[in-house]
Design a protein around this ligand. Structure first.
Ligand SMILES: *Cc1c(COP(=O)(O)O)cnc(C)c1O
Length: 375
C-alpha cells in the first residue's frame, strides 16, 4: 500500500506501462479475494465497503426489475446498511417482508419458504449478526431460494475472515464483504456477483469492474484488502481457535462471577469472536463510559447506530425487553488481543458493575489533616 501511495501512480484503465502495472496489482488482489470466497476473480466487484455492497445488491435488484416491481425478503436483525436501503426501496414502491427471529436471533428457513411469492425477486439474509454474532442457516435458505429461483444475497461483512464463507458452499448469488472487518483498510470492500447474473450498476460511469462499478479503482486500498484476504485464509483455520478460547473464557467468567448477567444470542451457532452480555439494572452506556476510562473498548449495538437512544433493534427482535436491551454490552475480540487483556477486563469489570449498581462505595479521597497539606 505504501509503495502505491508514494510512487506508483498508474491508473489501471490506462494502456501505458504505468497503468498496466497498476492493473496487474488490482487483478492480483482480485484473485486473493476470490480465493478467500472460493469464486472466480471475475465475480468480484470492488466497492467502498460493506454498506456500498449491500446498497448495490438491494438497489441493483430493484432498479433492474423495472415496472414489474419487486418483493424482497429480509430479516428484522439486519445491519442498518440493509434495513435502511430496504426502507428506502419500500418508499419507492418495493414490497418488503422483514422476517422475525427466535430468542437466539435466528430466522426460521420455513418462514422464508412461506414468505416467497411469485414476484419475490430477492432474499437478503445476513450471514452472521454484528451485534450478537449469531450465524444464520444460510445454506438452508440458499436451497429454498434455489428451488424457487429467487436470487439470494447475504451480508457477510461480519463473517468473512472469521468463519468459512466459500460461496460455493453457502450457495449464494450475491455476497457483501467489508475490508476493515477482516484487518484490511477502512473504506474498501467487495460484492461477489455470481456469473451470468443480470446486474444493474449503481455507480454508472466508465467500464471499470467490467461495467459493474464506474470510477477509477482505489488501487492502494484494493491491494491492502487483497493481502488481508490472503492472510484471512489461514485465520479462518488457525487463529480463530485461539480467539474463541479467549472469548469463551471472558464470557464464562463474567456470567459466573457477576450476578444478574446473561448471554444474548446463540452459544454455539455464533462467530468465534463476539460476546454480547446483558447486565440487569445497569445502563450499557454507563458501563462503556467507565470501561473506556480503563482503556477497555467495548460497544453496544452497532457502531452505525451509536448515538441513537433507541434500544438495539436486534436485541428487541430477539424478544429482550427494552430495559435489558439497553443494559447489554458487546465485546469483540480479535487476533491482536491477548490473555492478559482478558485478565485485565475480568479484574475490572465486576468492580465497575458493582459500582454502577450502588453496591460498593466510590472510594473516598483520604481526609487530609492540616499537617498533611503541602506547604
Ligand atoms: C460493518 C458492517 C456493515 C457495513 O460495512 P462498512 O464497510 O462499514 O460499510 C454491513 N453489515 C454488517 C453485518 C457489518 O458488520
Amino acid at each position: 500500500m505504501q509503495q502505491l501511495l508514494q510512487g506508483t501512480f498508474g491508473n489501471p484503465s490506462s494502456d501505458h506501462w504505468a497503468g498496466q502495472q497498476a492493473r496487474e496489482t488490482v487483478e492480483k488482489a482480485r484473485c486473493q479475494v476470490a480465493a478467500l470466497l472460493g469464486c472466480q476473480p471475475e465475480e468480484i466487484v470492488f466497492t467502498s465497503g460493506g454498506s456500498e455492497s449491500n446498497n448495490q445488491a438491494l438497489k441493483g435488484v430493484f432498479f433492474a426489475a423495472g415496472k414489474d416491481g419487486v418483493h424482497i425478503i429480509t430479516s428484522q436483525v439486519e445491519h442498518p446498511a440493509v434495513i435502511n436501503p430496504c426502507r428506502f426501496l419500500e418508499r419507492l414502491g418495493a414490497e418488503m417482508t422483514y422476517l422475525p427471529v427466535d430468542g437466539f436471533g435466528r430466522i426460521d428457513p420455513d418462514e422464508v419458504r412461506r414468505a416467497i411469492k411469485s414476484r419475490t425477486t430477492l432474499i437478503s439474509i445476513m450471514h452472521a449478526n454484528n451485534e450478537v454474532g449469531t450465524i444464520q442457516p444460510i445454506t438452508d435458505v440458499a436451497r429454498i431460494a434455489h428451488e424457487h429461483e429467487v436470487l439470494f444475497h447475504t451480508d457477510a461483512a461480519q463473517s468473512v475472515g472469521k468463519i468459512s464463507t466459500r460461496v460455493d458452499e453457502l450457495g449464494v448469488g450475491l455476497l457483501s464483504v467489508a475490508g476493515h472487518k477482516m484487518y484490511g483498510p477502512k473504506g474498501i470492500g467487495a460484492l461477489y456477483v455470481k456469473k451470468r447474473r443480470q446486474f444493474q450498476p449503481m455507480v454508472i460511469g466508465g467500464q471499470q469492474e467490467r461495467g459493474r462499478r464506474g470510477g477509477t479503482e482505489n488501487v492502494p486500498y484494493i491491494v491492502g484488502f487483497g493481502r488481508a484476504a490472503e492472510l484471512a485464509i489461514d485465520n479462518v483455520r488457525d487463529e480463530n481457535t485461539r480467539v474463541r478460547k479467549m472469548r469463551d473464557r471472558l464470557e464464562d467468567t463474567i456470567l459466573r462471577s457477576v450476578p444478574g448477567t446473561m448471554r444474548n444470542g446463540s452459544k454455539r451457532e455464533r462467530l468465534p469472536n463476539t460476546s454480547n452480555i446483558g447486565f440487569t439494572n445497569v445502563e450499557a452506556e454507563a458501563i462503556l463510559l467507565l470501561l473506556n476510562q480503563l482503556d477497555i473498548c467495548a460497544s453496544s449495538g452497532s457502531a452505525c447506530t451509536t448515538g441513537s437512544v433507541q434500544p438495539s433493534h436486534v436485541l428487541t427482535a430477539m424478544g429482550l425487553p427494552p430495559d435489558l436491551a439497553r443494559s447489554s454490552v458487546r465485546f469483540s475480540l480479535g487476533k491482536y488481543n491477548t490473555d492478559d487483556e482478558v485478565d485485565y477486563i475480568l479484574e475490572h469489570l465486576p468492580v465497575v458493575i458493582r459500582r454502577l449498581r450502588g453496591e460498593t462505595e466510590i472510594p473516598k479521597r483520604p481526609q487530609r489533616t492540616a499537617q498533611d497539606r503541602p506547604t
